[in-house]
Structure formats: structure tokens, C-alpha cells
Design a protein around this ligand. Structure first.
Ligand SMILES: [Zn+2]
Length: 318
């Protein structure tokens, strides 16, 4: 979707104008590990491990693999066909769908341990929502695209449960605590080896009860995750929730992340290595893109192609 005119959708509860679809998300891992695999949804969750090639691979994807379930090239093709069918059923062209916009209600679930550890303040939560708004509005760089999506805090709840705090029985706790419809972004704040993990929108129809993103509570603005405490983990995970792949999805291929204006890259980025060029295909690696694994301070933008894709996914699934 482009910055301009998306069909605006309702902010509140369930459906929006454009598409009452449903979206699902994915997530990120903590510095030491990075992203996680999405259990329930993925029978075959083959992680795309980026190894220690860069030394500090930890970033957002790590030794445990991706922060979402693996999607093979064949499944990517199936998803593209499905999106086309869904848009056609709604009488929407891809171009029209790309212009979708919405204000997304955000429910934040603070999963503290039994002693109350792992808490965050209400102001940190609001600061996190503010980061999502700035990043999705393209306010961090003159080259960034305004995706047209905005976020509004719809609720905060807190639980004192050590297992849940450690992200154990995540399918159970998500089912028990998730709020809102397909258009609602649920964020569970936990303490695990990842920065975050997300579900994808095309999985909502089968797994809507666990739809949302799990984010390490230390990554919120002011948190303790060094290099990852500006709140951009939630931005990255929300990107998956909107249907965006990593910029390194598919490696050095022309199809890769299904977005034309994100140059191909062979693997995830760690830190903020200016000039990195890991593929012979045109363009430097998009290290400043929210869908890479760079440091929070290095994250600057979504592209127009990603914005269009997020709008189409919104129209098709959310
Ligand atoms: Zn990711």
C-alpha cells in the first residue's frame, strides 16, 4: 500500500471497511537468539537459520531459526494465489487493495512471573504503541513509506504466571487471553530466548485463537535488551502479522520476499553494516528495512512495495 489513500478502515472492533479479513502474525528472538518458530501453525516449522556468519548473528533471527514458521517457495506461490482469489471475491484489484489503511486496535498482555517480575509500565506500553505509529507512518526516514496503518491502545492486562511469563504453553495462554477480532493486534510480553515471534495473516482462519505477536518484554522502549530496546522488535513482528516476509526470505532470488523494491540478500543482517551487499543481484542489502534483523537504531523503513503488500494482505485476511 502506498502512503496515500488507503481505504480507511475502522479502528474499533472487528472488521474494517476494506476487508474484514483476518491477519495473523509472527515474531522476533532475543539478542542471543533472535526469532522463534511458530509452533501450532507449522507442522514443518523448518527454521531458516542464519548461522554465525556475521559473528553477532544473534540479532533478530538466531540459532533457533526464524521468528515465524517456515514458508516454502511452493507455499509462497499458494499464498499468492489465495490472496488473488480472496481479493477477487471482494471485488478488489490488487492496486485497490494495496491502498488499504486502518487503525489497528492493540491489546497488550503483560505476562509477569508469579512474583510479579517481568512487568512493564503503562507508559512503556504507550511508548511502544507510539513507536509502531511512527514506524508504520514512515516518520523515521525521508525514504520511508507511510503504510497507512496506525495503532491505538485498546487494552492492557497483566497476569502473574511463571509458565506463561516464560512463554510455556503459549498456545494455551494465547487462546485464554486473546482479545478482539482478526483486525486486532495482540501483543504478549514474555521472557524467552527470542526478541519476538509472530503469526501470519493467512493462518488466521485456522489458528485465529493464537493470532498475534509475542515480544520479549525487555525490547520495549526503555527496556534492558541492549541494541534492541527502542521498541522496533514489535514493529518487525507486526510486519509479519501484516504478511511481510523477511527481506532475506528466499535468499539471492528474484522472487524472495515477494516485494520488488527490497533488494535480495543472502542472509539476515546483524548490527548495521553499511554497504553490505550479499547478493550479485541489483541493490545493496536493505539493512535499514524493518524486516531485516538489524539493530533497532538501524531500522528506518518499510518500502512502498511492502506497504502495498501489507494493504493487500489486510484486504484479503484482516
Ligand atoms: Zn522476523
Amino acid at each position: 500500500m502506498g502512503l496515500k489513500n488507503r481505504l480507511s478502515t475502522a479502528a474499533s472492533g472487528a472488521a474494517t471497511t476494506v476487508a474484514a479479513g483476518a491477519l495473523v502474525a509472527t515474531g522476533l528472538l532475543s539478542p542471543a537468539s533472535a526469532h522463534v518458530a511458530q509452533e501450532a501453525v507449522a507442522p514443518r516449522a523448518a527454521p531458516c537459520i542464519d548461522g554465525a556468519a556475521d559473528g553477532t548473528e544473534a540479532a533478530r533471527g538466531g540459532p533457533r531459526g526464524a521468528d515465524h514458521r517456515d514458508v516454502s517457495v511452493r507455499e509462497q506461490q499458494r499464498i499468492e494465489r489465495e490472496v488473488g482469489d480472496r481479493l477477487a471475491a471482494r471485488g478488489l484489484s490488487r492496486r485497490a487493495a494495496a491502498a488499504s489503511s486502518a487503525t489497528v486496535p492493540v491489546y497488550v498482555h503483560v505476562m509477569r512471573d508469579s512474583a510479579g517480575g517481568g512487568d512493564v509500565t503503562d507508559s512503556q506500553v504507550q511508548a511502544q504503541v507510539d513507536v509502531l505509529n511512527r514506524s508504520f507512518a514512515g516518520q523515521k526516514s525521508s525514504t520511508a513509506t507511510d503504510t497507512g496503518f496506525r495503532f491505538t491502545l485498546a487494552g492492557i492486562d497483566r497476569f502473574d504466571n511463571t509458565s506463561w511469563h516464560q512463554d510455556k504453553q503459549s498456545s494455551t495462554y494465547r487462546r485464554q487471553t486473546r482479545q478482539g477480532g482478526a483486525n486486532a493486534l495482540n501483543i504478549w510480553l514474555v521472557d524467552f530466548a527470542y526478541l519476538g515471534v509472530a503469526t501470519f495473516p493467512w493462518d488466521y482462519s485456522r489458528n485465529g485463537a493464537i493470532d498475534g505477536i509475542r515480544v520479549n518484554y525487555t525490547t520495549l522502549p526503555g527496556g534492558s535488551a541492549s541494541s534492541y530496546n527502542l521498541g522496533e522488535t514489535a514493529t518487525h513482528e507486526a510486519g509479519h502479522w501484516f504478511g511481510l516476509y523477511h527481506t532475506f526470505q528466499g535468499g539471492c532470488t528474484t522472487t524472495n520476499d515477494q516485494v520488488a523494491d527490497t533488494p535480495a540478500q543472502s542472509s539476515s543482517t546483524s548490527g548495521c553494516p553499511a554497504g553490505r551487499d550479499s547478493c550479485s543481484l541489483p541493490g545493496l542489502d536493505p539493512i535499514h528495512n524493518f524486516m531485516d534483523y538489524s539493530y533497532d537504531s538501524c531500522y528506518l523503513e518499510f518500502t512502498g512495495g511492502q506497504s502495498d503488500r501489507a494493504g493487500q494482505m489486510w484486504a484479503a485476511y484482516r
